[in-house]
Design a binder for this molecule. Structure first.
Ligand code: NAD
Length: 478
């Protein structure tokens, strides 16, 4: 039997538990596999004090030393990959091989940002004799970060990497439902020798924690990944204190399939990508707009590919999709699919819960769904692909843009003029052509419109964690 870890709070370099806790549930069986402590006001104040003192140490640590330590922690994550992946599969449900991939991806985020730590260049502004203007980039200060449950390791890794590489301290509130990835990140940094207070980990009641932390003068940046509604709420709290925010929020990614493309290949890769992580990915390809000349062929291909997805318990070999991560998702996906069918949509495969224990849901393809169906505007965040025909690229772009989201978008075409039109007009922070990969450590990732504000990764990834200070220096001319 695989055992699950015992999550704790990590404050000022030491682990602690509290008198109250929440259950951690295996979504494949609905069994309680562990408990996560709830931080109270005293714990939060301790974390704030620790982050304030940790910042004073870390901001004076030379960038190369910061980078070395971050890379040491990343190496520990790589060496502990299988142990971490087992915990993630147990608490989240995703297939073990995908959890393994996630651990490596998290390590890559750390390694990329560690490199960027040494390239936070300022600049010298040309000026006349007797004066120098120099722009410095300095760590913004202690960060309050909130990471979600869909990628228990790589999501918190993004935030911890950005903060620590920049010289900031951080209080991370990771997802209570999936604490393992964040706990393992902290263990790796503890073992790598990170000074106390630089990285602090808490769990508890999300609304209580965000209100307490964001109201504190210690916190200089709020970083959040999750739903647009919660992001909007946290942005409101932060605005009371003029605290800047980094918001990675929801998406509802359009996929434009043009008539000139390799339809079979596009359909096969779309089926795999739509069902990855049971569709619980903010860049998941969800709204397919397919040229009518290839519509039937594409619909047939994505239906076959989705129906062939092997669904099961994540630790079983060969499983390609696990359960949904929690009962909220099960209820929400079922509701959106039922509404789409009521609105005239046609199920070509899936559309039902599997079994009665565990949160399993069939890989689902919906065809011909009218724009008035809720699922055309609301992110399904589940294993659902929605396929609709269009008569032209212009119509496809217009429909792609007809939602408040603008995170990822995808196009399949070999025509340069079509690509050019998509680059010009598709509203998304990340547009991928002939690939469904939306984000890599070296590419900037983030949204337009209600999908958020700011970027993680790429050379832009540290911008939010840094303050710009211009120094004008008058020098006596001798
Ligand atoms: P939710 O809106 O209740 O919570 C989303 C996340 O925000 C969770 O991690 C939760 O712990 C946290 N949260 C909630 N209220 C908070 C508060 N007041 N202060 C601080 N953190 C708070 O929804 P959910 O049921 O957990 O997830 C469903 C929706 O969330 C999905 O439909 C999807 O749109 C979105 N989501 C997006 C991402 C992403 O990667 N962008 C990840 C997870 C969830």
């Amino acid at each position: 039997m695989t055992t699950y870890l015992e999550p704790g709070l990590y404050i000022n370099g030491a682990w602690r538990t509290t008198g109250a806790d929440l259950p951690v549930v295996d979504p494949a069986t609905e069994a309680v596999i562990g408990r996560v402590p709830i931080a109270g006001p005293v714990d939060l104040d301790d974390a704030l004090a620790a982050a304030a003192s940790g910042f004073e140490v870390w901001r004076r640590t030379p960038p190369r030393d910061r980078a070395d330590l971050i890379c040491s922690a990343a190496a520990l994550l790589r060496s502990r990959r299988d142990e971490i992946a087992r915990s993630i599969t147990l608490e989240h449900g995703k297939p073990f091989t995908q959890a393994q991939d996630e651990v490596i991806r998290g390590a890559e985020f750390f390694e990329w940002d560690a490199g960027e730590a040494m390239r936070t260049y300022g600049r010298v502004i040309p000026s006349g004799p007797g004066v120098r203007h120099v722009v410095h980039h300095q760590p913004i200060g202690p960060v309050a970060a909130f990471s979600p449950w869909n990628f228990p390791l790589s999501q918190p890794a993004r935030k911890v990497a950005g903060a620590l590489a920049s010289g900031c301290s951080i209080i991370l509130k990771a997802a209570e439902e999936t604490p393992a990835g964040a706990v393992h990140i902290v263990r790796a940094f503890h073992d790598a020798g990170l000074p106390p207070g630089v990285l602090n980990l808490i769990f508890g009641i999300p609304a209580d924690i965000s209100e307490h932390l964001i109201a504190s003068e210690v916190i200089r940046l709020v970083a959040f990944t999750g739903s647009t509604s919660v992001g909007r709420h946290l942005t409101g709290l932060a605005s009371d204190h003029m605290t800047p925010v980094l918001m990675e929020l929801g998406g509802h990614a359009p996929v434009i399939v043009c008539e000139d493309t390799d339809v079979e290949a596009a359909a096969a890769s779309s089926a795999i990508r739509s069902m990855r992580n049971a569709g619980q990915v903010c860049t998941s390809p969800t709204r397919f707009f397919v040229h009518q000349a290839v519509y039937e062929q594409f619909l047939d291909g994505i239906t076959r590919g989705s129906a062939a997805t092997v669904v099961g318990v994540g630790m079983e070999p060969g499983v390609e999709m696990g359960p949904l991560a929690n009962d909220r998702r099960l209820a929400s996906v079922a509701e959106l699919v039922a509404d789409a069918c009521d609105a005239g949509g046609v199920l070509t495969t899936g559309g039902h819960r599997i079994g009665e224990a565990g949160y399993f849901y069939e890989p689902t393809v919906l065809a011909d769904v009218g724009d008035h169906a809720r699922i055309m505007r609301e992110e399904p965040f589940g294993p659902v692909a929605i396929v609709n025909p269009v008569d032209s690229l212009d119509t496809a772009i217009e429909r792609a843009n007809a939602v408040p989201f603008g995170l990822a978008a995808f196009g399949f075409t070999n025509r340069a003029d079509y690509v050019d039109r998509m680059i010009d007009r598709v509203e998304a922070g990340n547009l991928s052509i002939n690939t469904l990969e939306a984000s890599l450590p070296e590419t900037p990732f983030g949204g337009m419109k209600s999908s958020g504000y700011g970027r993680e990764g790429g050379t832009e990834g540290l911008h939010h964690y840094l303050s710009v200070k211009n120094v004008s220096h008058s020098i006596p001319i001798v």
